[in-house]
Design a protein around this ligand. Structure first.
Ligand code: ATP
Length: 246
C-alpha cells in the first residue's frame, strides 16, 4: 500500500536521507530502526509531506503522493503520530479526538469514535478529562486515537515509546499491534532496538541516511550482529539477550 523508493531529503546542503526505500502493507508493522541522528524522523517527515522531497517516489495504493501537502496526504489515507505525542493539553480527550476527525466525513464521526473507544477503553473513561492530566502512556493512546479519527489506511508513528515507563511501553506496543491487526499498515520509527523489534513484522535499519538492512523482523532478531554493526554497543546490550531467547 505505501511504497517509498529512493527517497532523498535535505536540510539545505545537508542530505539527511539518501536513497531510502521501504514498504508498508496492510495488517503489518514495518519498523525503521536507527541510532540517534540516522535520519528516521526526516524520513517520516518527507513521506508525509512535512519536508520537501529532493528525489524519489512515494506512492499510496499506487497513487503518487510524494510532494503533496500534509493535509492532502491525510485525506488520501495516511497520518503521522508525531514524536512526543503533541496532544492539546488543556483540551479534553474528546476535543482532541474531534480535532483528529477534521478531514473525515461528519456522518462517520460516531462510528469512528466508537472504534477508538473500543480499542482504547481508557479514553472513553477519561473522555471529559483534560488531555494534560493523562499519564504518558494514556497520552500516547490519545495520539493514536486522534490519528485513527482521520480514517487512515496507513499510520506513521515516530518513537511512540519515548519517555514512557517500561510497563507503559508494553501497553503502547500492544496498541501498535492491535492497530495493525485491525488491517491498517503501520510504519514505526524507534531507536531502541529492543522495543521496536518487539512490535515489528518487517525491519529497515538506517544509518547515516541510508538503508543498511531490510528484511523480516525474525531475521533481524536472530542476527543481532546486524543490529550491533549499525546501532552500536549500547543498543546491542539491550538487544542481544532477547535475540538469543527467541
Ligand atoms: P533522533 O532519533 O535523534 O530524532 P533521527 O534518526 O530521527 O534521530 P533525524 O532527526 O532525521 O534523525 O536527523 C537526521 C540528520 O539530519 C541528523 O544529522 C540531524 O542533525 C540532521 N537534522 C535534523 N533536523 C535538522 C534541521 N532542522 N536542520 C538541519 N539538520 C537537521
Amino acid at each position: 500500500m505505501l511504497e517509498v523508493s529512493d527517497l532523498h531529503v535535505s536540510y539545505g546542503a545537508v542530505e539527511a536521507v539518501r536513497g531510502i526505500s521501504l514498504s508498508v502493507t496492510p495488517g503489518r508493522v514495518t519498523l525503521v530502526l536507527g541510532a540517534n541522528g540516522a535520519g528516521k524522523t526526516t524520513t517520516l517527515r518527507g513521506i508525509c509531506g512535512l519536508l520537501p522531497i529532493r528525489r524519489g517516489v512515494v506512492t499510496l495504493d499506487s497513487n503518487q503522493i510524494g510532494g503533496m501537502s500534509p493535509h492532502r496526504i491525510v485525506r488520501r489515507g495516511m497520518v503521522l503520530v508525531p514524536e512526543g505525542r503533541r496532544v492539546f493539553a488543556p483540551l479534553s480527550v474528546l476535543e482532541n479526538l474531534r480535532l483528529g476527525a477534521y478531514t473525515a466525513p461528519r456522518s462517520q464521526f460516531d462510528a469512528d469514535l466508537a472504534r477508538v473507544f473500543e480499542l482504547f477503553p481508557i479514553l472513553s473513561d477519561r473522555r471529559s478529562s483534560a488531555a494534560g492530566l493523562l499519564s504518558g502512556g494514556e497520552q500516547q493512546m490519545l495520539a493514536f486515537g486522534r490519528g485513527m479519527m482521520s480514517q487512515p489506511r496507513v499510520m506513521l508513528m515516530d518513537e511512540p515509546s519515548m519517555g514512557l515507563a517500561p510497563a507503559m511501553v508494553d501497553s503502547v506496543l500492544n496498541s501498535v499491534r492491535q492497530i495493525a491487526d485491525s488491517g491498517m499498515g503501520v510504519l514505526i520509527v524507534e531507536q531502541n532496538a529492543d522495543v521496536g523489534l518487539e512490535a515489528a513484522d518487517d525491519v529497515v535499519v538506517v544509518a547515516r541516511g541510508e538503508v543498511v538492512f531490510s528484511g523480516p523482523a525474525d531475521v533481524a532478531r536472530s542476527h543481532s550482529s546486524v543490529v550491533r554493526a549499525f546501532l552500536g554497543e549500547a543498543a546491542l546490550a539491550e538487544t542481544q539477550p532477547r535475540a538469543e531467547g527467541r
